[in-house]
Design a protein around this ligand. Structure first.
Ligand SMILES: Cc1cc2nc3c(=O)[nH]c(=O)nc-3n(C[C@H](O)[C@H](O)[C@H](O)COP(=O)(O)OP(=O)(O)OC[C@H]3O[C@@H](n4cnc5c(N)ncnc54)[C@H](O)[C@@H]3O)c2cc1C
Length: 401
C-alpha cells in the first residue's frame, strides 16, 4: 500500500466511524459559521465541526502548529473526495476561514497567529469585515474611521457600512485611518477588534429580499490593543489588498460554484435541466421550450467550465500559492454567471417566480425569488464589477492607465 492509499484508508475509516449519520447528505446554502453563540442550521452542525476541528480538518492545509491539518494538496484532495463519498458537508465556513485566517498566516506575527488561528480552526470566533464606509467603497483608500494610539491602547471612532453579519460576529478585521498627512494609502492601519464592548454599536440593514445580512457599525471610543495591529502601524493597505484577493476567490467559489454547498458533493446532476423539465415539460425527450433549452445548455456549459477553472485555482491555493489579481477574474465571472443562472431560473418558473409568500407558491419558488434578489448584490460585494475590470486591465493585462 502506498502512503497515499494508507492515508485514504485512514481518512475513510475515521469518517465512517466519526461523522454523525444525521449530517450525511445534509444540503445547506450557508453552512455552519461557528462563533461564541453559534447559529445551528443543523442540530449536529457544531458537533460535526468539533469532530473535524480536533484533527485540524476544518482547515486541512493550514500548519499543524496552529491546529491545522498540515495536509499537502494531494492529501487535501483525498480528504475532500472521502467527504464527498459519504455526502458530508464542509464542517465550517466563514470569514475566519476564507479571509482573515489566510491573511494572518501571511502577515501575522508569531504571537498573533498563536492567538487567533487556533480559534478560527475550531470555529470559536465569528469574524466580520470592516472595510466600507459611507464615503469609501470603490475608493476604499479614502476611509476615515480614525484610530488614535496611546501607549498600548488604540481608540477608534467612526463608521463602517455594509458589514456583513456584523450583528452575529465576535471580532472584526477593520481598516482604520492612522495618518491624515500622507498619501491616503500610506496612512491606513489594519486592526483586529473585539466587537463585544460598549464602544461598538451594530445596526442591521434590511434588504429588498427581506433579510438583514449586513449592518452599519459605529465606533464611539471603541478600544483595541496595539498587539492586534497587523503588519505594523500604517502598513494596512498591503494587508487589505491581499485579503481582498482571498475574498474575491471565495466569492467566485461560493456564487460561481452554484447550488447549495452539499449539492456539489453529490453525484453529477444538472439542476437547471431538472427545473426546465419540471416547469416547461418535455417534447421528444427534450425540454419543450427551445429558447430556454438553449439558454439552459449555455449556462450549464459555462458553469462546468468555470467549476473546472476554480478547481485548478483552488488546487494551486492548497499548494501554497497566494491569490493575485487573477482573483478579480474569478470574482467577476463567477458572480455574473450566478446572476445569469438566477435570471434563467426565474424565466423557467415564469409567473411562479414572482411569489413572495402565501398560497399558490411552493417554498422552493419563494426562496428562488429571494435568491434572485440577493444575487443583485453579487456584482457589488467584494468590489464592483467595474472595479474588477479596472484591476484586470491594470494588473493582469498591464494596459496603460
Ligand atoms: C451583499 C454585500 C455584502 C457586503 N459586505 C461587506 C462587508 O462585509 N464589509 C464591507 O466592508 N463591505 C461590504 N460590502 C460593501 C461593498 O464592498 C461595496 O458596496 C463596494 O465596494 C462598492 O462600494 P459603494 O457601495 O460605496 O459604491 P461606489 O464606490 O459609490 O460605486 C458606485 C458605482 O460607481 C462605480 N464606480 C466607482 N468607482 C469607479 C471607477 N473607478 N471606475 C468605474 N466605475 C466606478 C461602481 O462600479 C458602482 O457602480 C458589501 C456589499 C454588498 C452588496
Amino acid at each position: 500500500m502506498t502512503d497515499l492509499e494508507s492515508f485514504r484508508a485512514e481518512v475513510r475509516g475515521f469518517l465512517e466511524e466519526s461523522a454523525p449519520e444525521s449530517i450525511r447528505g445534509w444540503v445547506n446554502q450557508d453552512g455552519y459559521w461557528g462563533g461564541k453563540n453559534p447559529e445551528l442550521p443543523h442540530p449536529d452542525a457544531k458537533r460535526w465541526c468539533d469532530i473535524m476541528a480536533e484533527r485540524g480538518w476544518t482547515c486541512p492545509t493550514w500548519p499543524k502548529e496552529y491546529g491545522g491539518g498540515g495536509l499537502d494538496k494531494v492529501q487535501a484532495k483525498v480528504l475532500d473526495q472521502e467527504l464527498g463519498r459519504l455526502k458530508l458537508p464542509p464542517p465550517l465556513t466563514g470569514f475566519g476561514l476564507s479571509m482573515i485566517g489566510p491573511t494572518l498566516l501571511q502577515f501575522g506575527t508569531e504571537e498573533q497567529k498563536q492567538e487567533h488561528i487556533p480559534k478560527i480552526i475550531r470555529g470559536e470566533i465569528r469574524w466580520c469585515q470592516g472595510y466600507s464606509e459611507p464615503n469609501a467603497g470603490s475608493d476604499l483608500a479614502s476611509l476615515q474611521a480614525q484610530a488614535v494610539i496611546d501607549g498600548d491602547e488604540i481608540t477608534l471612532n467612526g463608521q463602517k457600512i455594509w458589514t456583513s453579519y456584523g450583528d452575529k460576529s465576535d471580532w472584526m478585521f477593520v481598516l482604520t485611518r492612522t495618518d491624515n498627512n500622507v498619501k491616503k494609502q500610506q496612512g491606513i492601519t489594519f486592526l483586529l477588534i473585539d466587537m463585544e464592548q460598549p464602544g461598538v454599536e451594530v445596526r442591521p440593514i434590511k434588504l429588498i429580499s427581506g433579510a438583514s445580512p449586513f449592518c452599519e457599525t459605529f465606533f464611539d471610543n471603541a478600544k483595541a490593543s496595539t498587539g492586534n495591529i497587523i503588519n505594523g502601524l500604517n502598513g494596512g493597505w498591503t494587508v487589505a489588498k491581499a485579503l481582498l484577493g482571498h475574498e474575491r476567490n471565495m466569492i467566485g467559489n461560493v456564487f460561481g460554484g452554484g447550488g447549495p454547498r452539499g449539492e456539489r458533493r453529490g453525484p453529477p446532476r444538472n439542476p437547471l435541466a431538472e427545473l426546465g423539465r419540471e416547469y416547461l415539460g418535455e417534447q421528444d425527450g427534450r425540454i419543450a421550450d427551445q429558447v430556454l433549452r438553449d439558454r439552459i445548455s449555455q449556462v450549464s456549459v459555462d458553469h462546468q467550465a468555470f467549476l473546472l477553472t476554480m478547481q485548478r485555482n483552488n488546487d494551486n491555493l492548497k499548494a501554497g500559492h497566494r491569490p493575485g489579481p487573477e482573483s478579480s477574474i474569478f470574482k467577476i465571472y463567477g458572480t455574473e454567471l450566478n446572476q445569469r443562472r438566477e435570471e434563467l431560473m426565474l424565466s423557467i418558473r415564469g409567473p411562479q417566480s414572482v411569489g413572495w409568500e402565501g398560497p399558490g407558491f411552493e417554498e422552493a419558488e419563494t426562496t428562488q425569488t429571494k435568491a434572485w434578489l440577493r444575487s443583485r448584490g453579487n456584482t457589488i460585494e467584494g468590489g464592483t464589477s467595474e472595479v474588477q475590470l479596472n484591476i484586470i486591465a491594470k494588473r493582469v493585462l498591464e494596459l496603460p492607465e
